[in-house]
Design a protein around this ligand. Sequence first.
Ligand code: GDP
Ligand code: IMO
Ligand code: MG
Length: 428
Amino acid sequence: MPGIVIVGAQWGDEGKGKATDQIGEQVDYTVRYSGGNNAGHTLVVNGQTYALHLLPSGILNPNCIPVIGNGVVVDLDVLFEEIEGLEARGVESASRLLVSANAHIIAPYHQVIDRVTERFLGNRKIGTTGRGIGPAYSDKINRLGLRIQDLLDPSILEQKVVAALEQKNYLLVKVYNRAAIRPSEVTEHLLSFADRIKPMIADTARVLNDALDENKVVLFEGAQAHHLDVDHGTYPYVTSSNPIAAGACIGAGVGPTRIDRTIGIAKAYTTRVGEGPFPTELLDADGEKLRVAGREFGTTTGRPRRCGWFDALVVEQAVKVNAFTDIFLTKLDILTGWEQIPVCVAYEVNGVRIERQPMTQSDFHHAKPIYEYLPGWTEDISSARRFEDFPRNTQAYVRRLEELISVRISGIGVGPDREEVVMLHDLI
Ligand code: GDP
Ligand code: IMO
Ligand code: MG
C-alpha cells in the first residue's frame, strides 16, 4: 500500500495536517504537491503546536523524508524561516528536506502583484492569502516563471528575472501607479538563498518513483482542498493550482497507478476563508457559536473563517472526483452541545430540489440548503478513543454522514492533539 494521497474535501482547513501526522510514523516520504505558503497546517504533538505553511507535515517525524514537489510554488524567505523556526524548537529538518529542481519560485514581485490585483478588483476580489500564489502560477503557465534549478546558474536567473519584470513593471507603473521593481535587487535577493538550498535540490520525481519501486510508503499531503481546485472548485473563487488527488500525479511526478489510496479530510461542519459560494454558511449567532467553539481563525492570515453546517453535496462531489477510499472526519468534538444538528442533504435551486452539486457556478451561488435535522448530544466526546465510547446520537450522526457521502469514515478527530482520535479502519 505505498502511495497515499490526503486531500481536503471542502474549502480548506479541514485538519489535513493532523490527519497527515496520524499516519506519519508509518510513512517514509511526505510530499507537498501543490500550492505554497497559502496553506497553514496545524499539528499538535504532546501539547506543542506547530503551524506549517510550506514544509510537509512529515518533517516532524525524524524517520520521514520531507519533499517539496515540482507542483509547489516556493517562497524562499518562508522556506528558511520555517526551517529555522523548527530548528529553534529542536526539530532538525533541513538536512532531510528535498526540493524539486522544477518547483517554481515565488518572487517578491508576485506578492506585490497579488495584493495590488486584489485591491484593484475591489468587491470582486477573490480574498486571496496575498502570498503571491496566483501570480507565480500565472508566470509558470505563461512560461515566464523562475524555477528552483535557476538558482544554480546566476546568469540564467538574471535573464529570467529581467524578462519577467519587463511586463510586470509596465503593469505596476502604468496601470497600478506603483514604483518599478529593479531586476538586480530581485536576483540578488534570490541568490542569497542559493548556497543553502543547493544540497536540497533533487530530481524528486525520480526519487519518489524509486522509493515506490522499493515499496516505501509515500504520503502525498494535499494543501487547500477539492472546492478550491482551479478546475473543479468554485471558480473563480479558487486557488491557482490542482489540490485534488490527481494533482499529486502532476505535482510530484508519479503515474496514476502509483496511488493506492485517497483519503478525504472533512470537517464535521463546514468552513471557508475568502470569497465565493457557501450554501450552508451561517451569518447569525449560530455561525459565531461554531467559530468560537472551533477557534475558526485562519492559520495563515488570521482571518475569521466563515462557518456553516455540514454540506453532504459538497463532500459527496469531492468523494466522486477524487475517488476517496476513506474519509477522516475532523472536529466532531466541536459539535457537542447542540440540541439538533442540521445537515444539508439537498439544495433548492430556482424552485427545484437537487441532490447533487449544481453544474453551473451561477446555480451554486443561488443554491438554498435543504436540511435534515439530526439529534445532537451534550456529552464531551474528546476523551473517546473507540467508536463505542460515543453517545448514541454521535454515532448516528457519523453513520448518517457516511450514508450521504457514500464512503466509509475511517478516522474521527475529537480534539487537536495527535492522541485525540477515534480510528475505525487503518489508514495504511
Ligand atoms: P489544515 O489546513 O487542513 O491542515 O487545517 P488547519 O490546521 O488550518 O485547521 C484545522 C484546525 O483544527 C487546527 O487548529 C487543528 O489543530 C484543529 N483540529 C484538527 N482536528 C481537530 C479535531 O478533531 N478537533 C478539534 N477540536 N480541533 C482539530
Ligand atoms: P490549507 O492547506 C483555506 C483560499 C484563500 C482564497 C483562495 C485563493 O490550510 O487548507 P490564494 O492565496 O491561494 O490565491 O487564495 O483560496 N485558500 C485557502 N483557504 N485553507 C487553505 O489552505 C487555503 N489556501 C488558499 O482564502 O479564498
Ligand atoms: Mg489550514
